[in-house]
Design a protein. Sequence first.
Length: 124
Amino acid sequence: MEKVTHVANSLKDINAKSASDDNDEPIDHQTRSNVIDILLRSHEYAMKAKESSLSANEWLKSINDSKDDCINRDDDLTSRLHAAESNILSKQEEISRLKTEIGRLESTARSKVSDVDRLVPHIF
């Protein structure tokens, strides 16, 4: 920005010298100075707009990074939920199998007790 300001001031000086020289064509020093000032302000505005744009871009990147983190956390949570669901299903299957086994053993035990009752005379 300082460089542009220096160039603008140099142009104004050249313009002022040109206006003081005797030339065939009249030179409007004030108009040229106004144009240079407008160009300088335009450049300043463009630099501020660029700075704002870069700042907004960084902000959007941070939002996108945050969004990616949330997606990764959601994916991790989903994976953990699926793993827990699989674990629960396998435990339910194991419980069902064990209940069946207990029922079979109880049935076998009742059968054995009734066989013993038939074979052993009642003492009482």
